[in-house]
Design a protein around this ligand. Structure first.
Ligand code: ADP
Ligand code: MG
Length: 397
């Protein structure tokens, strides 16, 4: 169909060659909010076509080109159909590590785009409202379940879906599914083998409703320590990880059962705005510094990876929790979509420019996607070890 064509038109795998995939970057411009309208703010973003826009700043005009640009009147369904997210879901089923992350200043529409208006409160609305307003995550999961039903009928091999949900706040990881079990969660692994959060709770899900419950409870569990009660989510990075597993037999005369583990990761990043010097001392000041640390390191990694010379050198993934967890997504073996969210208002000019410059750099990052398979035995042993460890810690499953 023509929709499918437009989704695959800018296929990063095809553009760079079969073994390379460029990070796909799309921009979403939200409508003016009521405050901006009341102040009679000026719109500084002019669309030139589906892929390029002009920022008409106070001093200069600046043109940017991306894989796709979504105007302020685009719907949640438009983003789902045309951002490339469906391809990420398809590739996760094939066994790839795929990541979709939302970047932008607080109030630019990251959570709206990922989950829906008002975040998880969208789940408490009636069905008609949900169908219209659901963000990318619920739409992607719905599509994932639909594709898996079709696929498992074809191959007669069942799929398993495991979900974990955590946030990085103040360089500490909190388990959003089981907040009681949140002490000292550590990132383990290596750039070569991939990083993961050790002991993070994972739960199997079989239905859409189970996932929605996780998202809703997770949101309630997000950090509450903030000096502005309205922006509890603006300082933490929320990471939802959906593991798609399938048992496969490599070839007819092979007896070893292999497991393919694809992943679909969604990250709602902390607000990208420069944090103004806060009058509060102590705790809140550290929060600011540490959150900057993850975002700053992300920026450093993106800059280095987007530079043809620097990318061959050392990339400082290890300098923050966020960048370790994103090592495969940026410059690694994964397939990645970045959604940069911006306000159209002149009052946001400098943050909007900063977001677009960032996004512009991310466009140049090349990944080398591969499918990692493991023997079923290894996967089971690993799970057993995890369960044993949790039991040792007297943790109630
Ligand atoms: P962020 O997560 O980036 O801080 P939000 O997603 O919470 O920002 O968006 C801030 C406000 O703007 C919310 O009330 C949200 O519903 C609204 N909003 C954001 N993007 C859009 C959009 N594309 N269309 C309509 N309203 C939007
Ligand atoms: Mg948000």
């Amino acid at each position: 169909s023509s929709t499918a064509d437009s989704v695959y038109r800018n296929d990063p795998l095809e553009e760079v060659g079969a073994d390379k995939a460029r990070v796909r970057v799309v921009v979403r411009v939200r409508p003016m909010n009521s405050r901006e309208l009341e102040r009679n703010d000026r719109t500084i973003i002019q669309m030139e076509n589906d892929c390029s826009l002009m920022v008409q700043g106070a001093q200069h005009n600046r043109r940017f080109t991306f894989d796709s640009i979504f105007r302020n009147d685009s719907t949640q369904e438009d983003i789902f159909q045309n951002s490339g997210i469906k391809r990420l879901v398809d590739m996760s089923i094939e066994g790839y590590i795929t990541t979709c992350f939302a970047y932008g200043q607080t109030g630019s529409g990251k959570t709206h785009t990922m989950i829906g208006p008002g975040g998880a409160s969208v789940f408490r609305m009636d069905e008609n409202y949900r169908i219209k307003h659901f963000g990318l995550v619920p739409r992607a999961i719905n599509y994932l379940f639909q594709r898996l039903r079709e696929k498992s009928q074809e191959s007669h091999s069942p799929y398993y879906i495991r979900v974990s949900y955590c946030e990085i706040y103040n360089e500490q990881i909190h388990d959003l599914i089981n907040p009681a079990h949140t002490q000292g969660l550590q990132v383990r692994g290596s750039v070569e083998d991939g990083f993961y959060v050790e002991n993070l709770f994972q739960t199997y899900i079989e239905t859409m409703d189970e996932l929605l419950t996780i998202l809703e409870e997770g949101e309630l569990n997000r950090a509450m320590a903030s000096h502005n009660l309205n922006d509890t989510s603006s300082r933490s990075h929320a990471m939802l990880s959906i593991q798609v597993e399938q048992d496969i037999t490599e070839s007819e005369n092979s007896t070893e059962q292999m497991t393919r583990q694809g992943k679909l990761i969604f990250i709602d990043l902390a607000g990208s705005e420069k944090v103004k010097v806060s009058l509060s001392k102590g705790k809140q000041l550290t929060e600011t510094n540490n959150i900057n640390k993850s975002l700053l390191t992300l920026g450093t990694c993106i800059s280095a990876l987007s530079d043809p010379v620097k990318r061959a050198g050392h990339i400082p993934y290890r300098d923050s929790k966020l960048t370790r967890l994103l090592a495969d997504s940026l410059g690694g073996h994964g397939i990645t979509l970045m959604i940069a969210c911006v306000s159209p208002s002149n009052s946001c000019e400098s943050e909007t420019l900063s977001t677009l410059r960032y996004a512009n750099r991310a466009k140049n990052i090349e990944n080398a996607p591969i499918v990692k398979t493991d023997s079923k035995e290894n996967v089971i042993n690993r799970l057993k070890r995890e369960v044993r460890k949790l039991k040792d810690e007297n943790y109630e499953l």
